[in-house]
Write a protein that binds this ligand. Structure first.
Ligand SMILES: N[C@@H](CCC(=O)N[C@@H](CS)C(=O)NCC(=O)O)C(=O)O
Length: 232
């Protein structure tokens, strides 16, 4: 096992690490933490591991990471031999663009992520304000991905996906969990829909509750017990 992930199945942030590990083909130990209703991540035991009191937590020996963006960076530098997930060409602007959208992924956690927690677990927030900021974030990403598509770029910073795409993906894809507030439905965002399709098509993609796999093209691939029409 390469590392340990303290994980919660419904967390979009934990899913970022699970997804990247699957894409990279890395084996890791998963420890399930009951975020709701037990709030186990705030227990004495968990606060001793990570005083941040949030999930996910990634540990390797004595090293403890409590920020998802740092986890994705560490995983890219440690396990990605292609050098594609973190721009490896020493171009400071290419790296700065990835950092910029990693920062934006934090905004998505603070907006859509918070609104979703309110919908799922009734956490106290100023819902109208957070939903408004969520819509602003989706519009910003839609405008950016639309501009990228004019240059045949399918991903946030170019023709290939980076850790910025993985960091932004979950809460955008999960925005339907927030509710039916105007401006949150994916139908209004064609560039985001195409981008979600591209990410779901990546080798190693895995789903999470609320984020489904691409539709199977053939019934029998989804369910091997379904009989096919014999050939000939
Ligand atoms: N900055 C952290 C935020 C992680 C985060 O907000 N995690 C949520 C679960 S998805 C959490 O633990 N929230 C509990 C809290 O903020 O008290 C990161 O990017 O990893």
């Amino acid at each position: 096992m390469e590392f340990t992930l303290y994980d919660y199945a419904l967390s979009g942030n934990c899913y970022k690490v699970r997804l990247f590990a699957s894409i990279l083909g890395v084996n890791y130990e998963k420890i399930s933490v009951e975020f709701h209703p037990a709030a186990e991540h705030k227990s004495e035991t968990m606060l001793q591991i990570s005083p941040a009191g949030t999930l996910p937590i990634l540990t390797v020996g004595e090293m403890v990471l409590s920020e998802t963006q740092a986890m994705l960076f560490w995983m890219a530098k440690t396990y990605d031999r292609s050098g594609a997930w973190w721009p490896n060409n020493y171009d400071p602007m290419a790296q700065a663009m990835v950092l910029q959208w990693l920062g934006f992924s934090g905004d998505l956690t603070a907006t859509i992520g918070q609104a979703r927690l309110n919908s799922l677990f009734q956490t106290p927030i100023d819902r109208a304000k957070v939903v408004k900021c969520s819509v602003t974030a989706l519009r910003r990403l839609e405008a950016h991905l639309t501009e990228q598509s004019f240059e045949q770029k399918k991903f946030i910073t170019g023709v290939f996906p980076t850790i910025a795409d993985l960091a932004c993906f979950p809460y955008v894809a999960l925005s339907g969990d927030v509710g039916t507030d105007p401006g949150l439905e994916h139908d209004s965002y064609p560039a985001i829909r195409n981008w979600i399709y591209e990410i779901k098509s990546l080798p190693g993609f895995i789903p999470m509750p609320g984020i489904f796999e691409m539709h199977q093209l053939k019934d029998h691939e989804a369910d091997p017990t379904i009989r096919q029409v014999p050939e000939g």
